[in-house]
Design a binder for this molecule. Structure first.
Ligand code: PGA
Length: 251
């Protein structure tokens, strides 16, 4: 499967900086064998869509969306609005949304359904806290997040979902899960999709990305793991040189 390298800019960069970064990415890519996705703040999506119109290698993602099509939801953006702007992906269930904005599993599940209905592809994030890992609850936490968020989807809908495993203790901390820890969790996640209503084929086709302090120095080793199909990159996606090095590490 084609690897996916996705950059989550979070709430960073001013408009000029965002244009400069994307121009540098465009200049820096050759014919990469992976899919590149960037997730800038909502505001920049239309202008970056225009800038990327001749670029089939770089897709746009939003960092969040609402779970309704339209209505009296001040400050929110619907998946239909994103799709109509040419956005292809949306990141849902990021740990910052779960912890800082109190998004519940149920709410995230509704967002996933509406995003798919609007024609977006979903990058669904899951991952345990340090406490979960220290008390040996990392597998059950991730299983529960996935069951809540994805288990009502059909095998066909799952073709438009990638999963990003992001241990909370590794996000923005400089600590990375070891390649073995990440690979083990990815294998576990994949195993959840082997049984009915899914199948071994469905399980094998789900891209499972790793996220949490991915940088040029650790990308090659992480991406070489058999169960790691790509990366969701935060901090290092704000620097074109670093992000392109990660893209190249994906082969
Ligand atoms: P990080 O963020 O690479 O800065 O750790 C990853 C993420 O939050 O998706």
């Amino acid at each position: 499967m084609k690897k996916i390298i996705a950059g989550n800019w979070k709430m960073n960069l001013l408009p000029d900086e965002s244009l400069l970064l994307v121009n540098n990415l465009i200049k820096g890519i050759s014919s990469e064998s992976c899919r590149i996705v960037i997730a800038p703040p909502f505001l920049y999506l239309p202008q970056l869509k225009e800038l990327l119109k001749d670029q089939s290698q770089i897709s746009l993602a939003a960092q969040n969306c609402h779970h309704k099509k339209s209505g009296a939801y001040t400050g929110e953006v619907s998946p239909q609005m994103l799709r109509a702007t040419g956005v292809e992906y949306v990141i849902l269930g990021h740990s910052e949304r779960r912890s800082l904005f109190s998004e519940t599993d149920q709410w995230i599940a509704e967002k996933v359904k509406m995003a798919l209905q609007a024609g977006l592809e979903v990058i669904f994030c899951c991952g345990e806290t340090l406490k979960d890992r220290e008390t040996n609850r990392h597998f059950s936490t991730v299983k529960s997040q996935i069951e809540w968020g994805l288990s009502s989807l059909s095998a066909i809908q799952m073709q438009r979902v990638c999963i990003a495993y992001e241990p909370v203790w590794a996000i923005g901390t400089g600590k990375t899960a070891s390649p073995e820890q990440a690979n083990e969790m990815h294998e576990f996640i994949r195993s959840l999709f082997v049984l009915e209503p899914y199948s071994v084929k469905v399980a094998e086709q789900i891209p499972i990305l790793y996220g949490g302090s991915v940088k040029p120095a650790n990308a090659t080793e992480l991406l070489a793991q058999p169960e790691i199909d790509g990366a969701l990159v935060g901090g290092a996606s704000l620097n074109a040189k670093d992000f392109l090095q990660i893209v190249r590490a994906a082969g």
